[in-house]
Design a protein around this ligand. Structure first.
Ligand code: CP
Ligand code: NVA
Length: 309
């Protein structure tokens, strides 16, 4: 059966570890599963990291990426999502899309026999989460029992980060304003996925205390631009600043999927300071994308990653 990558939870914890191990394998040790084949990359929203990392990952695996803007294919305006996907599977070994509505990628996955990859939706950002996990592993070693804190908007990035963190055995803490917090059912789900504890507060200082990784993201995701002024007021007090970072573990890393808005969700002295790993995190998008695609096409890591006992 064709595997898709719509969410981190499309994979087991063991498979996530496989993807992260593959991500660290040098390019020349991987086969070229996409040799002579295409990959459709469709973007309904802007991108720097995702477009470049996916194009290069496809190229490194022997394939040819074809970039198209969402307006060109016209999901449900020029033609139905299903018709677009059925045509593209005749040209490409992989269809990847960045969409406003998560349903668009699930509808594509329902009708094609090639892998569909979610390159960010309103719901989730799994490729980002794999890079986040890889970066945390590189900085912190084994993540099991470590604590990840997320300060800000419970959005697509936060959901996927929590999923991967839970699956790798991390304690999870959220600090979100009322109205922008994680629903209880989501907190429970992260526990069921493997997080030894999941906590949520409106006080960033509580969430960050002793944490090993402190994450944030923009308060205004793509498509929410009209709400910017109001959101900036609603998130007052949630800026990750040096005082907040001082409460975390002394070796803690600061992380952000980028693009970042200095002076809003994070201050410049933090994101440009010694604890920040945001550029390594961004560069890891390439390795994570390559690992995930290689996995979808049957590659397995050598040696096989060990699951916790
Ligand atoms: N982090 C991320 O997805 O960046 P882009 O929007 O630039 O792709
Ligand atoms: N939450 C942000 C992430 C950008 C990479 C957005 O959806 O715009």
């Amino acid at each position: 059966m064709t595997r898709h990558l719509l969410d981190v939870t499309d994979f087991s914890s063991h498979e996530v570890r496989e993807i992260l191990a593959l991500a660290q394998q040098p390019v020349d040790t991987l086969d070229r599963p996409l040799a002579g084949q295409g990959a459709a990359l469709i973007f309904e929203k802007p991108s720097n990291r995702t477009r470049h990392s996916m194009e290069m990952a496809v190229a490194q695996l022997g394939g040819h990426p074809v970039y198209t803007r969402g307006e060109e294919v016209g999901f449900d305006t020029r033609e139905p999502v299903e018709d677009i996907a059925r045509i593209l599977e005749g040209y490409h070994a992989l269809i990847a899309a960045r969409v406003f509505d998560h349903l668009t990628v699930t509808r594509m996955a329902a009708v094609v026999d090639v892998p569909v990859v979610n390159m960010l939706s309103d719901h989730s950002h799994p490729l980002q989460a794999f890079a986040d996990a890889l970066t945390m592993q590189q900085s912190l070693g084994d993540l099991s029992g470590k604590t990840v804190a997320y300060v800000g908007d419970f959005n697509n990035v936060a959901r996927s980060l929590a999923e991967v963190s839970a699956m790798l055995g991390m304690h999870i803490r959220f600090a979100c304003p009322h109205g922008f917090d994680a629903p209880l059912v989501e907190l429970e789900r992260f526990g069921l996925l493997g997080a030894p504890s999941v906590e949520q507060t409106t006080r960033p200082a509580e969430a960050v205390e002793g944490a090993h990784a402190v994450h944030t993201d923009t308060w205004v995701s793509m498509g929410q631009e009209a709400e910017k002024q109001q959101r900036v007021q609603q998130f007052e007090g949630y800026t990750v600043d040096a005082d907040m970072m001082a409460l975390a573990d002394p070796q803690a890393v600061f992380m952000h999927c980028l693009p970042a808005y200095r002076g809003l969700e994070v201050n410049a002295d933090v994101i440009d300071g010694p604890q920040s790993v945001v550029f390594r995190q961004g560069h890891n998008r390439l390795h994570a994308a390559r690992g995930a695609i290689a996995f979808l096409f049957g590659a397995r890591a050598h040696p096989t990653p060990q699951d916790p006992q």
